[in-house]
Design a protein around this ligand. Structure first.
Ligand SMILES: [Zn+2]
Length: 741
């Protein structure tokens, strides 16, 4: 399957691409329903029984396979105590066969196509596949063993082929197309019409209308891309090892904390370099240790290791050829499918709809951001002088001196904040408290469900009338088997058709406290807890009939809206008063300290916005190329592009440079990195609107739940937005949120 990328953006895990060309494909390929395995009859709709080819014996699972039947646990939550890695490959194999048989049965019916016997039956298909994939996709992110890694690699091409097998199925497409043509006279509800539209488009986007010859080519491209994308991901793992910087003496690490130095010593030891120190790079161009490393030459070394990743320097991994090949194949596929380029193809079913709309949002911000960045650079240059130094402001200086300016201006000591952010208090008195005020829901921890790691906590979630909404899993601590970043995923998606209620998980990477110590977390992690809960609510409040449009199955440029929106409650005074209390004394956080922390959050936003704009525009430009425009020199293209779009600042490189930009080459965000800012625009506008209307009130929460959180993608996202807000969003609130205005 397509790997889910670990990133430092807070993200939702989208039900991932069986093909890389349509991120909604898996949901569109249906979920749940056809009961027992190995029957010769499949139930289609509720009335017809249609004979299909007798499945071969390999299309069955032994009864002791925990995926063979829906889990007997509450809400069909996975039986993690019974699931083992050796279950996955045979289950996926059977699951794909089953779904193909189901789709074949739908396609070969003699009855004329109806919404029920075609679309609804497709929605019911793939029960086993959904069941196993929901578990697998979370485990490969949250508890990835070597065995799972191997299975993931083995599955990738099979799953790409499976998606094509379904979406390039002419008789099935013809039934869907017939319904599409008759849509006005079918008497469909708004949600049904949307499901039909998405289904129809997913066929078109996969090439259902193409000639046999072109379809063969598309399949071959999908398969090649799937392999190349997996290769890119593997290379990044290799790169993060080879680019780590080894330091001989602790003296060179002056500026780092004792704990950071100890961690570096430990990391070196684990690599067989006992007595030395290992500084690791992170996902983004920035490296956290640069903030405090006093040794400028070492800062430069670390920065070089990070920013020149994947360029084949010093005999290391070279991703340049891989990137060019992926871009080339994507451009070819877009052309065959009738689009000008890959970006046009990708954005057609997004809220932005066109690359031009996405580009406009980004480029409109450039002049204001550049102005802010230049101001920030002047402040840093002044600080360099103040420190009695005379060098220019280089990329490896920015964060180091920026931290000094931050300290001088805000005198904010992160460590002084932490005692007020004890994890359990933030969770219960902050996150759960806010969700209760806004939406009336409550959480109650339970200890009887099996989990995939002892760190995982489980909660019943109740609605305001006392009925149970579903289950919530919280997996907050960092560990070696967990990828970086934070995300939400679902084990069961809500659907009225399938009588399913949601089971949702949030994963973070909070450093584990020492045994017996409380988990005092950073202000950033406080925000992330609220953010991920926003995704969780999007899944839990889903109130739709069809799985295709449930919960977070929305366009990428919409999906970060509910999560980013919830972030801002973390700094509302009435909420803070409830959770930000000292873990020992119970005293509230001093106002002065808090004000500083909030103002500090807006510090350096010019830099942050620019590095993001640069990466987003780089992404759009790479994917706006036609096949014959693909360059041969990756670095030259990158430099020229950044200059062309006006975001080339000598001290601020893109957040990701081309050769390690996993979001766009292997993470499903190709042409879509802009989506975070698009979503944030919606979030800022909606939040400002809510504050205007009285803030954290039940009335506001109920309206947001009704028009946004419950809808999934059962109607056009802008229609949902306007139903809540009364009009389309503007960037005004975004600029204020980022401190740029
Ligand atoms: Zn997110």
């Amino acid at each position: 399957m397509k790997p889910i990328y670990s990133c430092d953006e807070k993200e939702v895990i989208l039900r991932l691409p069986l093909t890389s060309n349509n991120w909604q494909a898996p949901r569109l390929l249906g979920t749940a329903a056809v009961a027992a395995v190995g029957l010769t009859l499949f139930s289609v709709g509720s009335t017809n029984l249609v004979a299909v080819d007798t499945p071969d014996n390999s299309a069955t699972l032994p009864a002791d396979n925990p995926f063979a039947a829906p889990s007997p646990l509450p809400f069909h939550t996975p039986a993690f105590d019974k699931i083992r890695s050796e279950h996955f490959l045979p289950t996926f194999a059977v699951a794909m066969k089953q779904q193909l048989a189901e789709m074949k049965a739908i396609a070969n019916q003699t009855e004329a196509a109806t919404f029920k016997n075609t679309i609804e039956s497709m929605e019911r298909s793939g029960a086993l596949l959904t069941r196993v994939d929901n578990v697998f996709s979370n485990l490969t992110a949250a508890e990835k063993t070597k065995a799972l890694q191997n299975i993931e690699n083995e599955l990738a091409p099979q799953r790409a082929a499976h998606s094509d097998n379904i979406l390039i199925n002419r008789p099935l497409f013809q039934r869907v197309e017939k319904l599409w043509q008759q849509k006005q006279s079918l008497g469909l509800s708004e949600e049904q019409a949307e499901v039909l539209k998405q289904r129809y488009e997913s066929f078109l986007r996969a090439g259902a209308r193409l000639s046999d010859q072109d379809q063969v080519r598309i399949r071959s491209l999908n398969e090649q891309l799937s392999k190349l994308e997996t290769k890119f991901e593997e290379n990044l793992l290799q790169i993060s090892k080879e680019r780590a910087v080894v330091v001989d003496t602790a003296k060179e690490l002056d500026g780092l904390s004792t704990a950071e130095i100890a961690a570096a010593a430990q990391a070196a030891k684990e690599r067989g370099q006992e007595g030395k120190y290992l500084l690791q790079i992170s996902n983004t161009t920035r490296v956290p240790v640069i903030v405090s490393l006093k040794n400028r030459a070492l800062r430069q070394r670390v920065w070089d290791a990070s920013a020149n990743r994947g360029l084949g320097r010093d005999g290391g991994v070279d991703n340049r050829g891989l990137v060019l090949e992926i871009a080339q194949l994507r451009a070819e596929r877009a052309k065959i499918l009738g689009y000008e380029n890959h970006a046009a193809y990708k954005l057609q079913n997004q809220m932005a709809k066109t690359p031009a709309a996405a580009r406009k949002l980004l480029t409109d911000l450039v002049p204001g951001v550049m102005e802010r960045v230049n101001q920030e650079a002047r402040d840093l240059e002044a600080m360099i002088k103040e420190c009695g130094e005379s060098h220019e402001l280089a990329p490896w200086d920015w964060e180091y001196y920026s931290e000094k300016v931050r300290k001088a201006r805000f005198d904010l000591d992160e460590a002084a904040l932490r005692p007020y952010f004890e994890l359990d208090s933030v969770l219960k008195n902050g996150v759960f408290f806010t969700m209760n005020k806004l939406y009336g829901i409550s959480f109650r921890e339970r200890k009887d469900l099996p989990v995939y790691h002892p760190d995982v906590r489980t909660f019943d979630v109740f609605d305001q009338d006392g009925s149970q909404i579903g289950l919530f899993y919280a997996d907050y601590f960092k560990r070696d088997t967990k990828r970086g970043g934070a995300w939400m995923n679902s084990f069961v998606d809500q659907s009225r058709l399938l009588y399913d209620k949601p089971v949702i998980v949030n994963c973070l990477n909070i450093p584990r406290p020492a045994e017996g110590e409380p988990a005092l977390i950073s202000f950033d992690n406080v925000t992330t807890l609220f953010h991920e809960m926003g995704h969780a609510l999007h899944g839990m409040f889903s109130d739709v009939t069809y799985p295709t449009v449930a919960g977070t199955a929305t366009p990428r440029d919409f999906v970060e809206f509910p999560s980013t929106f919830e972030e801002d409650w973390a700094i509302q005074p009435e909420i803070l008063a409830n959770y930000a209390v000292h873990y020992q004394t119970g005293k509230p956080i001093p106002k002065e300290l808090l004000d500083k922390a909030i103002r500090a959050k807006k510090f350096n936003k010019g830099f942050e916005t620019l590095e993001y704009l640069a990466a987003s525009l780089l992404d759009l430009e790479w994917h706006s190329l036609t096949g014959d425009q693909i360059p041969t020199d990756v670095e030259k293209f990158e430099t020229e592009t950044l200059k062309k779009v006006g975001v080339n600042h000598p001290a601020i490189p893109p957040r990701y440079r081309t050769t390690y930009f996993a979001h766009i080459w292997s993470g499903g965000y190709s042409s879509s990195y802009y989506a975070y800012l698009w979503s944030e625009t919606l979030a800022a506008d909606a939040f400002a609107h809510m504050i205007e209307k009285g803030g954290c009130t039940r009335e506001n929460g109920v309206a947001f739940r009704k028009e946004i959180l419950s809808r999934g993608s059962s109607r056009d996202p802008m229609a949902s937005y306007k139903a809540f807000r009364g009009k389309e969003p503007t960037v005004d609130a975004l600029l204020i949120r980022r401190g740029l205005k």
